[in-house]
Write a protein that binds this ligand. Structure first.
Ligand code: UGA
Length: 437
C-alpha cells in the first residue's frame, strides 16, 4: 500500500484518486473548495461520470479514500503527490498556471520528507522544470528531496474509469529514471505499455495526442462538407478509409465538431506555444477554423431550409459536448443556440443530463422535459448530441407535433430513409447533396 495525495477533485483528480484507491493504495484527495469536499464526504459527486459514485463509495467505506481541504493532513505522509488542478485558458490561449504554482508552493511549505510530484494537469511544455524551480526557490537553503514526473492523462469524459483501468498506454516523463520507475510501479497492475521519457517530451505527447485527434475530426468534417457538394456519403467514406490499418476508423465521425474542456483548450494552447517560439502552426489554425465553421454551417443549412430563421422555432436535442456527460463547456449546441438566437429564432431544448448546468448558462431558451416537448411547434429539430436515448424516438409522434417536419441530424444518428418515408425533410452531415432534399 502506498500513500498518495491527489490535489484537485475535478474530473482528472477524482477519477485518479478513486481508481488508485481501488487498486489498493491509501489516497487522500485535497481540494481548496470546502463545499465540494463536504459534498464528497456525503457521497455527492461534483460531476456526472458513469460508475464514479459507486467507486468512491466503495473505497471510502474501505478506508482507502478520504477527502480533505487540509494541506498538512493530505501531504503529511504522502510518498506521491499528483497535481490534477485546472489550467484554464488565458485570452491568447496560453495556459494559466496559478493553481499549479499554488500546489508547488504548498508542497515547498509543508513537506519535509522525500516526495515524488507527478503532474497530471495539462500544462505547457517546460512546466515540470518550472515546478521544480518554484519549489527550490521557495525552500531556499532548506533543501527538500523531491522529483518531478510528468504523467499526462488520456481519460475521456464519460468513459474515464475504464480508460484509467485499461489504458492504451501510460506516459511518464522525468529527468530521473528512478523517480519515473517508482511511478511506473503504481501502474504495473494495469498491464499496459509504459512509455518512459524526459519531462518535456511527456508534456508534448499529451498536446500532440489531443491535437491529432482534433485534426482527424476536422479532417473528416472538411471531407463531409465536400461530400455534401459532390453527392458522396461521408459515413461510408470513413468506413472505407478506416479499414486501412494505417488510418483506422476511430475519431472519423463527421458532425458538429469537437467541444469539451480539452480539445479546444489544448489545440489553442499548442498553437500559442508554437507562435511564441517562432513557428507557424498553420495546420492547427486550420483545424480550429474548420471546427468553428462546422457550427456556422449547420445554422446556414437551417437558414436555407427555412428561408429565414427570424421568428422560427428550432428544437435542439442534446446540449452536452458529447453523450454521457453533463459537461457543456465549448459544446457545439451552445454556440449554435447563440447563432440561432442572433438571427431571431426561438429555441427549445432538452438534454438527458445537462439541463441543470445549461439552465444557468442559457438565456431565453425553453427547456423541455423530453424530446417530444422540444418538437412541439418546432419548424426544425436539430440533433446536437448523440445520446443513446435519442436513437429510437417515436418519429410518427414527433411528425404530428412539429410545425414543419424538418430534421437536421448533426451527428448522423438517424436513418434517413425511414425519416423521409415518414414525411420528414432530412439533412445529415456529409450525406450527399443537401440543397435538393
Ligand atoms: C479528450 C481525449 O479523447 C482524451 O484522451 C483526453 O484525455 C481528454 O480529451 C483530455 O485531454 O482530458 P474528451 O474531451 O472527454 O477526451 O472527449 P472525446 O471523446 O475525445 O470527444 C471530444 C469531442 O470530439 C466531442 O465533442 C465529440 O463529440 C467530438 N468527436 C469525437 C467528433 O465530433 N467526432 C469523432 O469521431 C469523435
Amino acid at each position: 500500500m502506498r500513500n498518495i495525495c491527489v490535489v484537485g477533485t475535478g474530473y482528472v483528480g477524482l477519477v485518479t484518486g478513486a481508481c488508485f484507491a481501488d487498486l489498493g493504495n491509501r489516497v487522500t484527495c485535497l481540494d481548496i473548495n470546502q463545499e465540494k469536499i463536504d459534498r464528497l464526504n456525503q457521497g455527492i459527486m461534483p460531476i456526472y461520470e458513469p460508475g464514479l459514485e459507486e467507486l468512491v463509495e466503495r473505497n471510502v467505506k474501505a478506508g482507502r479514500l478520504v477527502f480533505t481541504t487540509e494541506h498538512a493532513v493530505a501531504l503529511e505522509d504522502a510518498a506521491f503527490v499528483f497535481i490534477c488542478v485546472g489550467t484554464p485558458s488565458g485570452v491568447d490561449g496560453e495556459a494559466d498556471l496559478r493553481y499549479v504554482r499554488e500546489v508547488a508552493e504548498s508542497i515547498a511549505d509543508i513537506v519535509n520528507h522525500p516526495i515524488v510530484i507527478i503532474n497530471k494537469s495539462t500544462v505547457p511544455v517546460g512546466t515540470g522544470d518550472w515546478v521544480a524551480d518554484v519549489i527550490r526557490k521557495r525552500r531556499g537553503d532548506n533543501d527538500l528531496q523531491f522529483w518531478v514526473v510528468s504523467n499526462p492523462e488520456f481519460l475521456r469524459e464519460g468513459a474515464a474509469i475504464s480508460d484509467f483501468m485499461s489504458p492504451d498506454r501510460v506516459v511518464l516523463g522525468s529527468l530521473d529514471q528512478e523517480a519515473a520507475n517508482k511511478v511506473a510501479q503504481l501502474y504495473l497492475s494495469l498491464r499496459c505499455p509504459i512509455v518512459v521519457t524526459d519531462l518535456r517530451t511527456a508534456e508534448m505527447i499529451k498536446y500532440a495526442s489531443n491535437a491529432f485527434l482534433a485534426t482527424r475530426i476536422s479532417f473528416i468534417n472538411e471531407i463531409a462538407n465536400i461530400c455534401e457538394e459532390l453527392g458522396a456519403d461521408v459515413r461510408e467514406v470513413a468506413t472505407g478509409m478506416g479499414y486501412d490499418k494505417r488510418i483506422g476508423r476511430a475519431f472519423l465521425d463527421a458532425g458538429l465538431g469537437w467541444g469539451g474542456s480539452c480539445f479546444p483548450k489544448d489545440v489553442k494552447a499548442l498553437a500559442h506555444m508554437a507562435v511564441l517560439h517562432g513557428t507557424h502552426p498553420q495546420l492547427l489554425q486550420a483545424v480550429m477554423d474548420i471546427n468553428r465553421n462546422q457550427r456556422r454551417r449547420v445554422v446556414m443549412k437551417l437558414r436555407r431550409a427555412l428561408d429565414t430563421l427570424d421568428d422560427k422555432v428550432i428544437g435542439i436535442l442534446g446540449l452536452s459536448f458529447k453523450p454521457n456527460t453533463d459537461d457543456i463547456r465549448e459544446a457545439p449546441a451552445l454556440e449554435i443556440i447563440h447563432l440561432l438566437q442572433n438571427e431571431g429564432a426561438a429555441v427549445r431544448a432538452y438534454d438527458p443530463a445537462a439541463m441543470e448546468v445549461a439552465s444557468a448558462e442559457l438565456r431565453n431558451v425553453t427547456l423541455c422535459e423530453d424530446p417530444y416537448q422540444v418538437a412541439e411547434g418546432a419548424d426544425a429539430l436539430l440533433l446536437a448530441t448523440e445520446w443513446n436515448e435519442f436513437k429510437h424516438l417515436d418519429f410518427e409522434r414527433i411528425h404530428q407535433v412539429m410545425r414543419r417536419p424538418i430534421i437536421m441530424d448533426g451527428r448522423n444518428l438517424w436513418n434517413r430513409e425511414w425519416l423521409t418515408f415518414l414525411g420528414f425533410t432530412y439533412f445529415g452531415v456529409g450525406q450527399g447533396i443537401y440543397v435538393n432534399e
